[in-house]
Design a binder for this molecule. Structure first.
Ligand SMILES: [Zn+2]
Length: 486
């Protein structure tokens, strides 16, 4: 079996203050086949690394194309998207006849001039390989599924867990399904049901935990090949924003449609109970300070760079300074200018520093404060949520202001793991309060040792109230903007 695989992923936030171009992908790291053997670059391959491991185990021939990922932000510069897309298409054409194609994409990527990059890519891949070659695509569950994706892919799967701890398992399932299709052992029939709602649904909590377990059990039923809950990415403003269910059966399209309809209605019924209600800043700090032992972790959900925020907002930090909160840490606060100044001042220096608040209204006002430069690092990293690979944070500077240690860094990303703090020089477990600029992914690494985890809906780019977002293009009605029946 000969398999072509490639990876182009970006979660596009229409309301982000940050533009996206090729350099956004280069910052995270791009794998190009000419650079060397894939095995030496597994960290750059992300989901494709999981495909590659299955191919090697099966003894299949794998041809790996471009693999590129950027942090969430605004739609990609049109010419840079087209260049990366065409690079993958040229690599597929150059590979000669293949038995199957596997792509890893986000599922809510937009570019200037193309609001459905996954649908566009799949249409062009389909045109190249023809109708007989199965094309599988693995998505993030925060995907906005479009008719073009469903039309041109043979099999669409997404991760099932949020935090996304199951990409490897889903990649393996997708590979085996697509390979079985190529071998003529199954005939996938895929149906999609849109679920008109906007929200974030963490799967480690009830009722979502039991719901996902029920879906996993149904996938093992005779004739059922796959059921995917697409949670949607609410900050993409286009016609197909929203949740959905993709059901795939072995040759039985009516059954696939019935399953998609059934699970779509069940998912819709959880629209309120399935979401985390974020606390206001004051309430979150009250609850954190009420505990006398252990470390309380507060998620600054609205400033999560993993959803397209700048991660330099100051709303929570300002409130902590005003209340005199001590023995606390805040990170990762993306402020390359402040990092540069801290490096120039040197470890141990006491200097006035302007922190954060630089990217726009969602960042709040900058904080001017005297700080002690505590730790400067050039090698801090953290294990990535998807595959555990070491992910560089850029240069980091830990500065202390009035008993609060702020981890400033140069490469915008959310803390997946306590190592994001430890590598920069801060032991989070020695603190009373730790603020993480993340929505849920941090939970996988922090929940076990935290005395409590609190979710804060501070002002910011990813504020939790959908009714406050300036949508112009999404399809109405959609919950919670409208009353919807399903
Ligand atoms: Zn996601």
């Amino acid at each position: 079996m000969k398999c072509f695989m490639a990876y182009l992923a970006h979660e596009t936030n229409s309301f982000s203050p940050i533009p996206t171009d090729l350099s956004s992908f280069e910052e995270v790291g791009i794998y190009r086949p000419a650079v060397g053997a894939p095995a030496q670059h597994m960290g750059l391959l992300k989901g494709v690394a999981d495909f590659l491991r299955v191919a090697q185990r099966r003894g299949d021939e794998a041809v790996v194309g471009l693999c590129a990922l950027a942090q969430p932000s605004l739609p990609c510069l049109g010419r840079d998207y087209v260049a990366m897309r065409d690079e993958i298409l040229a690599q597929l054409a150059a590979a000669g006849p293949v038995d199957m194609v596997l792509l890893f994409m986000h599922g809510s990527m937009m570019a200037q001039g193309c609001e459905d990059c996954e649908g566009d890519m799949l249409e062009r891949v389909r045109a190249l390989v023809g109708p007989a070659v199965p094309v599988g695509v693995l998505l993030d569950l925060h995907c906005n599924v479009t008719p073009a994706m469903v039309r041109h892919a043979t099999i669409i799967k997404a991760c099932k867990e949020y935090p996304h701890t199951d990409f490897a398992a889903r990649a393996e399932e997708l590979y085996e399904l697509v390979a079985a299709t190529a071998a003529g052992k199954v005939r996938p029939a895929m149906a999609f049901r849109r679920v008109p709602m906007l929200g974030l649904f963490q799967t480690t909590r009830e009722p979502m935990r039991s719901f996902v377990d029920d879906v996993l059990a149904t996938e093992r039923s005779p004739g059922v090949l796959s059921i995917t809950l697409a949670h949607g990415f609410p900050w993409a403003d286009f016609a197909h924003t929203g949740a959905g269910v993709i059901a795939i059966t072995d040759g039985d399209l009516p059954l696939a449609q019935r399953l998609a309809d059934h699970w779509g209605r069940q998912f819709f019924a959880l629209r309120e109970a399935g979401q985390v209600e974020g606390l206001a800043i004051g309430a979150a700090l009250d609850a954190a300070l009420a505990r006398s032992t252990g470390t309380v972790v507060i998620a600054d959900m609205s400033d999560n760079p993993g959803g397209g925020a700048a991660s330099d907002s100051t709303f929570l930090l300002r409130a902590m300074l005003e209340r005199g909160v001590r023995d606390a840490a805040v990170g990762l606060l993306w402020d390359p200018v402040a990092v540069r100044l801290a490096f120039a001042a040197g470890e141990g220096a006491v200097v006035p520093l302007r922190i954060g608040g630089k990217l726009g209204p969602g960042s709040g006002a900058p904080i001017d404060v005297e700080v002690i430069v505590k730790h400067l690092r050039t090698d801090a990293s953290q294990p990535h949520i998807a595959d555990g690979s070491a992910t560089a944070l850029g240069r980091t500077a830990v500065v202390e202001a009035c008993g609060i240690e702020v981890v400033l860094n140069e490469i915008r990303q959310q803390p997946f793991h306590p190592d994001a703090f430890v590598g920069a020089g801060v032991d989070p477990w020695s603190k009373r309060v730790v603020v993480v600029k993340s929505s849920f992914h941090f939970n996988a690494g922090f929940a076990e040792r935290a005395a409590a985890v609190l979710y804060c809906d501070a002002p910011g780019t990813l504020g939790g109230d959908a009714r406050l977002r300036p949508y112009r293009h999404i399809t109405r009605p959609i919950w919670p903007l409208d009353e919807v029946k399903m």
